[in-house]
Design a protein. Structure first.
Length: 149
């Protein structure tokens, strides 16, 4: 029984620590695609966004950025933290009309090959709200989650 248990640990250990070793297991095509898009970035934290995508987290010009790529190196999207001043005027108008006085959370611009989306996090009492807007400032989706105690 002891040998079986040890064998299971040896087999399972790589799966348990997969996040700690992601940097060494990133497909070279993914790294090449990343460096083609971001040639001046040298410090990158690699991880898996999901089973089909790698995520590179880094900072550039003082901004937190994440870029996602398929397992074969095709660019999926780039998310960049931005300030409220960088939002389209229509987004700021919407926030002022509907969430005046609420605390803002993360604000980001996400660009993919198909579109640009602005994401705004809002704290509203015991709820966390995420708003997504298109490039013209039109609300696309609103998601509300009750904060757990």
């Amino acid at each position: 029984m002891g040998k079986l248990f040890k064998s299971l640990i040896v087999i399972a250990l790589p799966f348990v620590f997969v996040n700690g070793t992601q940097a060494q297991k990133v497909n070279p095509k993914v790294k090449a695609a990343f460096h083609k898009m971001f040639p001046t970035v040298s410090t990158v934290k690699w991880g898996k966004e999901n089973a089909r995508e790698y995520e590179a987290e880094f900072s550039k010009n003082g901004r937190a950025i994440s870029a996602n790529f398929t397992l074969n190196g095709k660019w999926v999207e780039t998310e960049t933290d931005i300030t409220r001043k960088e939002l389209p005027l229509a987004v700021n108008d919407y926030i002022n009309r509907h969430y005046s006085g609420n605390k803002l959370g993360e604000i980001a611009r996400t660009q993919s090959p198909q579109k640009i989306v602005y994401e705004v996090g809002i704290k509203n009492g015991d709820h966390s709200i995420t708003l997504l807007f298109n490039i013209d400032g039109k609300l696309i989706t609103r998601e509300s989650k009750k904060e757990s105690d």
